[in-house]
Design a protein around this ligand. Sequence first.
Ligand SMILES: [Zn+2]
Length: 163
Amino acid sequence: MNPEEIRFAADAMLHLLAKWVRLLGYDCASTPRLHGRALWETAVAEHRWVLTRNRRFAAEMPQSLLSRAEVHPLAGAQLSDQLRELVDRFGLDPVAYCFTRCLLCNEKLLPVERSQVAQNVPPAVLENRDRFWQCSHCRRIFWEGSHVHYSIYRLNLWLGTKL
Ligand SMILES: [Zn+2]
């Protein structure tokens, strides 16, 4: 599935998983407010899959929400297992859309020209990097740096990708 075909809403306790889903380029809503009933209502209203580790959701949520929501109760307790579980279950592409979404606000990153970011990145970065992206929401600027390399290392380890 590509990021246009599926969206998620992660329980607030899964905010770290949400960041990694975003890192793969997929839309995953997650805020401190998104737990319990608010999580399910948002998921139904925005056509998102509920991601939760709450084993008691069936008893806690009203039938009217349960019948309209799509839910994936995560089996894995570890972040790496959870991410692999989602990739397998939903057929997510772990490579094609990497680093296309802001990890913080869940919005798409857009490529920007070097000249447009000159005022906003450290001179050494400007000198040594060719490609820059900007979040359409928070305007934060991203470039290929050590964070990307570490994330790639972990993805390769967890998902067997060859990035
Ligand atoms: Zn952002």
